[in-house]
Ligand binder design. Sequence first.
Ligand SMILES: CCCCCCC[C@@H](O)CC(=O)SCCNC(=O)CCNC(=O)[C@H](O)C(C)(C)COP(=O)(O)OP(=O)(O)OC[C@H]1O[C@@H](n2cnc3c(N)ncnc32)[C@H](O)[C@@H]1OP(=O)(O)O
Length: 285
Amino acid sequence: MPLDLDALSNWDFEEIEQTLTERDTILYALGLGFGEDPTDRKELAFVYEDGLRAVPSMAVTMGYPGFWLRNPKTGVNWQKVLHGEQWLDIYKPLPVKGNIIGRSRIDFISDKGEGKGAVIYQSREIIDAETGDKLARVAMSAFCRGDGGFGGENRPGPAPTALPDRAPDHVCDIETLPRQALVYRLSGDMNPLHADPDVARSVGFDRPILHGLATYGLAARAILKSLLDYDAARLVGLDVRFSAPVYPGETVRFEIWEEGGEARFRASIPARDVVVLNNGAARFA
Ligand SMILES: CCCCCCC[C@@H](O)CC(=O)SCCNC(=O)CCNC(=O)[C@H](O)C(C)(C)COP(=O)(O)OP(=O)(O)OC[C@H]1O[C@@H](n2cnc3c(N)ncnc32)[C@H](O)[C@@H]1OP(=O)(O)O
């Protein structure tokens, strides 16, 4: 069954009400490897309940509607879906617990052509249920590798951020663990692509790959460490394009450029000499 443009364009997302606990906040940070050195108080602040702070990138897990593209009514070949891009704007520092509302919508769908794929752009407002304050806006693209050529328009998404043509100002290596995806998935993305070797093999990977959002969270960790002295409230925007899969257990190298009060970055796997995350942008309060 081909991708159903009409059904997708008019997808009726239910409003998600989530009760966020400190345990969720800690689990998210553990999924990104925070607390690797338990004597490092600055990283401990994200995984220890005494003075707990939320990693800003955690907004992407809040009010999350789940892997709704698995619904057969979408017509999407869900096993072949990869996370393409992620954008985030934070308006208020994130709470470590409380009631959150997520309101999702489809922005548009782009047809890259037969044999190439389709890209679904969706976004979500994250609202504090108690105060009604808008906490953040999260947007993403899902690259549906098996669904191009459905007769739709090829609409370009937001132009990827260009990187400066000079050596990076900061380089930050972060090791991941072979079990990293098995921990990260407990923060809400239960896609079997990240856990089940048979599912991964059936769509062209030797073994389960890391969630795009786990690599994204590593980017937040690298920026907090390299530029912000772990001051979470200062990181208010984070955008990336996922350019190649990461395997759990690999070391990810972040190269960061400071540009007029913002940062640009990319990530690579030095052991394979491949760029895995490109066109990164971080904005600061
Ligand atoms: C339910 C809610 C949804 C949930 C979805 C996410 C669920 C998660 O569990 C899944 C994951 O986390 S997957 C892991 C993270 N993602 C990845 O590893 C993807 C890595 N990227 C790739 O493999 C390729 O770039 C690939 C395959 C993405 C593209 O590679 P190519 O086919 O070689 O593309 P290329 O020929 O260079 O370009 C074709 C057109 O596509 C546009 N494009 C390229 N990369 C893109 C990307 N990353 N995101 C969005 N668009 C992208 C290009 O601009 C080009 O467009 P056009 O033809 O109009 O010029």
